[in-house]
Design a protein around this ligand. Structure first.
Ligand code: GCU
Length: 866
């Protein structure tokens, strides 16, 4: 189980004094420092690093660079470094920071590091590049790497932003680590210390822009009062070279301006935007620009007036241009009321269908922000063909660090593996090599509207108030990896994860080896137990996007269909089907169109094939699905025992957090794998050749046990509970499941699969011949009630008691006390759900949890004996 989260909240002066006096201890390893821990390193190879820093100037960013350098060197090398006056004499060894601005304002950030007998020289073309040079030097030392004699680094692209989907009420859409660090109660937070720390983290990986609010923007965002508040946020970003940006709603001329229209071609609307943008720049002179979600998922847009995305983007762009601001207009425009019965309908087509014809008509400060794949951040999708369709328009790639469809920071999934695969995909536009990374960095098609192209990388990140930013101590590796790939998409993955691990967990070889190995395998493991052969993540797409909910994708207007029918499965996107494949340039289209050449990890995205279709490995599709799911779930399970090797080697606090989460993932991977395998077996009517599906070893269904008090219930969807059923208890004194152990005597792991519904706290006790061998509380904060408060794939959770000695004939009992509180009682703790606010209203129903149980499974022990 995951412990209750501890948010950072404003504290009283007294509490602050206490906290400060124990700062070292309290914040020792809570993850808040992320990769900027500056832990002491083996100093031998850094003896020559001078202890005098000569800053380039006293301006805020340059000052921040010098102070950061001082902080890092002192902490890692145990040095007493001084910052000299800027005019300090050229003589004597020093680390010199030098700013040599170029002539073009559009030049990409670039720095050099030179080491010589007289010290180290970091020369940069912009103040933020100076910061990047400093962070790079500190990173090399932190990771115990040799310092270069000469190294030059230049950013691959100008746009290196994060998007945060924070609402002004303090919640975060698809945020999994507590409330917003920027907003509360409809305003920018009073205390912006954490926002400043975040900007520092962003700067340390080369990120230069942060859009702080949800793409589904608050409608009153652009009031003068709010703009003044946003200016405070921009202030704490500024020393770190992070430009503040905002998502805006296109209806603002109406909702804020009181106008009767928001038609982008209406001159009065254009004038309103111009005035509004001028007002923003008066408050925030380095404002980055706007992100726009329009005509998508219920947001209004230019289509209301028969206008195009170019009309809408350009009216904003013209207002922003004099101030060097940009518009990131999202390519995520689609109809979510598609006709399921129409076999030509296809959501994946929407990007190209809605944008390609406007190529070349966007202003040169408009950048089309395109999600990596044509659907929505699935565990694997082909890359969006829109990247190749826009040859004369700026584009940026939108990646998602927030693990919306990839385990929501409760499963470890290192996404840079996927992003690298995406960025490397060669679209072969015009029959030449045009990998996605070359397109978004402007190399494949150098001009947009006649001007040098600009583009880049955006990560939807959604950090929260939980101390470690993203909940899972492993999850910040995704943000770190994003920054590194945005700076240099060619940086090897192994190097990125090696550096992150050393900086975050230390340089001990066994630590580095284990963590990098686990992270590097994690994407394919997750894909292996959640979504086979390009079908997409088979999650409950109508709810929280977390656990399995397979058919939620079918028979509705959302268009995430995979068309699982009796005859076979997969979307036919060939020329005979939806024709989507034809949106790719011809070479790639030919590869995807033919079953002989279509990559099998994307097979079901492009083709409808029978369940007994033979894959290249000789297995049938369905058998391969069974095998992959079992082996991937087992591999996820192995994280627990592998991690246990680091007990006592890494700090206890983060060790325990990771252990708990790995245990959770191990159990939830089984939920996933069972759901998918059972579903495939039922729909295909082809049994698993190894007879495992539906007959898991050592498993006893709760509904099959004679229980005292427990009542059986159907679980919806059926595949998310073993046997489609669970049991629930409505009795205040509790209920018991009891059965006689019939396997041979030995040491066993006893797993109890139960459902941990948000809010209620049921209590469970496992007994052997009347003696309690384990007890726990169902106190997890799984999906909030507004999404889901039922026993199903989102809430199914496993508790395992390891290494229990059992004899044939032993009486095993599970005794559970449900939580029947109909309302919050004073003094009784309650749980806050991810992103939930204290002030959010609660309904009495929220607190009840009927101690639901799915099954008990007893298997020979593989874990450490307790
Ligand atoms: C997904 C996500 C939404 C989000 C949308 C977007 O559909 O589930 O929460 O608003 O993407 O990217 O705009």
């Amino acid at each position: 189980m995951i412990p209750k989260r501890h948010y950072l909240r404003p504290v009283s002066l007294f509490a602050t004094i206490i906290a400060l006096s124990s700062l070292q201890l309290a914040h020792a390893e809570d993850g808040s420092a992320a990769w900027l821990r500056y832990a002491p390193v083996a100093t031998a190879q850094y003896r020559a690093v001078p202890t005098r820093i000569v800053p380039s100037s006293d301006a805020p960013m340059e000052r921040a660079a010098a102070e950061e350098l001082q902080r890092g060197l002192n902490s890692m090398l145990g040095a007493h470094t001084e910052i000299a006056a800027q005019s300090a004499s050229a003589r004597g060894a020093a680390v010199r920071l030098v700013l040599t601005p170029g002539t073009s304002p559009e030049a990409l950030d670039s720095y050099t590091i030179d080491t010589s007998a007289s010290g180290i020289r970091i020369a940069a073309n912009t103040p933020q590049a100076e910061l990047y040079g400093v962070f790079h030097l500190l990173e090399l030392i932190g990771a115990e790497q040799p310092l270069p004699k000469h190294e030059q680094q230049t950013a691959a692209a100008g746009i290196r932003w994060t998007d945060e989907w924070d609402n002004m009420n303090g919640t975060i859409e698809r945020g999994y680590a507590g409330p917003s660090i920027f907003f509360e109660n409809g305003h920018v937070r009073q205390d912006l210390a954490r926002a400043g720390q975040y900007a520092r983290l962003l700067a340390s990986i080369g990120i230069n822009g942060c859009n702080v609010n949800n793409v589904n923007a608050d409608l009153d965002l652009l009031t003068p009062a709010h703009i003044r508040e946003f200016a405070r946020l921009a202030e704490v970003f500024r020393p770190w070279g992070v430009r503040l940006a905002m998502s805006i709603d296109l209806t603002s001329p109406q909702t804020v301006g009181g106008m009767s229209t928001f038609d982008p071609l209406d001159p009065a609307v254009a004038a309103w935007w111009k005035d509004k943008v001028d007002e923003i720049y008066r408050a925030i002179p380095d404002f980055g620009g706007f992100t726009v979600k329009a005509d998508s998922e219920g947001r209004k847009g230019p289509s209301q007036y028969g206008r195009s995305p170019a009309d809408a983007a350009n009216v904003l762009a013209r207002a922003l241009a004099p101030h060097h601001g940009v518009v990131l207009y999202r390519g995520f425009v689609y109809n979510n009321h598609l006709d399921w019965n129409d076999h030509k309908a296809d959501r994946a087509r929407a990007g190209v269908d809605n944008f390609a014809r406007y190529d070349g008509t966007f202003e040169d400060n408009v950048i089309i922000q395109i999600k990596e794949g044509p659907i929505d951040f699935q565990a694997r999708e082909p890359v969006s063909p829109l990247f190749a369709a826009l040859r004369r328009t700026n584009v940026a790639i939108e990646l998602q660090t927030a693990q919306e469809y990839t385990g929501q920071q409760r499963h470890m999934v290192w996404l840079p593996s996927m992003w690298h695969w995406v960025l490397d995909t060669d679209l072969h536009a015009d029959d030449r090599s045009t990998p996605v990374e070359q397109i978004v960095t402007g190399h494949s098609f150098p001009l947009a509207n006649g001007k040098p192209r600009r583009g880049g990388f955006v990560s939807v990140t959604n950090v929260g108030m939980e101390a470690n930013w993203l909940h899972h101590p492993m999850a910040m590796a995704n943000l770190y990896g994003f920054g590194k790939l945005a700076w240099n998409p060619d940086q090897p993955l192994a190097q990125i994860i090696d550096r992150w691990t050393r900086l975050t967990w230390g340089n001990r070889p066994e630590v580095v080896k284990l963590i990098t190995t686990l992270q590097l395998e994690s994407w394919q493991v997750y894909e292996g137990y959640t979504g086979p052969n390009g079908i997409g993540t088979l999650t409950n797409i109508l709810g929280y996007h977390f656990g399995p909910g397979i058919e939620s994708a079918e028979r509705n207007g959302w268009g995430q269909w995979f068309r699982g029918e009796k005859d076979g499965i997969g979307m036919d996107r060939t020329a005979n089907g939806t024709g989507y494949i034809q949106q790719y340039p011809s070479q790639l289209a030919a590869k995807y169109e033919s079953l002989a050449t279509c990559p099998e990890d994307l097979l079901l995205f492009f083709h409808h094939v029978p369940y007994d279709y033979k894959l290249r490995n000789g297995k049938t599709l369905v058998q391969s699905i069974y095998d992959t799911h079992y082996s991937a779930a087992a591999q996820a399970g192995s994280y627990v025992t592998r991690w246990q090797q680091l007990h006592g080697v890494v700090d206890d606090e983060r060790y325990e957090q990771v252990l708990r989460l790995f245990r959770f993932q191990a159990g939830h991977a089984i939920v996933w794998s069972d759901a998918i395998n059972n579903w495939f077996q039922r729909i295909s009517q082809i049994p698993d050749a190894q007879g495992r599906v539906g007959h898991e070893a050592g498993r006893v269904e709760a509904e099959a046990i004679i229980g005292s008090g427990y009542e059986p219930v159907d679980v919806t969807p059926w595949e998310t509970a073993s046997g489609g059923k669970a049991v629930v208890c409505h009795k205040a004194e509790g209920c018991t499941l009891a059965y006689t152990f019939s396997q041979s005597s030995g040491t066993y792991d006893i797993a109890v699969q139960y459902f941990d519904i948000w809010r209620g706290v049921s209590r469970y006790e496992l007994r052997r011949n009347g003696e309690v061998v384990a007890s726990w509380q169902a106190d997890d904060t799984l999906p909030p009630a507004q999404f889901d408060a039922n026993p199903d794939g989102q809430t199914s959770t496993r508790f395992t008691a390891n290494g229990i000695t059992l004899h044939q004939g032993d009486k095993l009992e599970l005794h559970a006390i449900p939580d029947l509180r109909s309302e919050l009682q004073p003094g009784v703790p309650h749980k806050a759900a991810p992103g939930e606010l204290e002030s959010q209203s609660r309904t009495p129903r929220d607190y009840r949890e009927y101690a639901p149980v799915d099954y008990i499974e007893v298997t020979p022990s593989v874990h450490n004996v307790k």
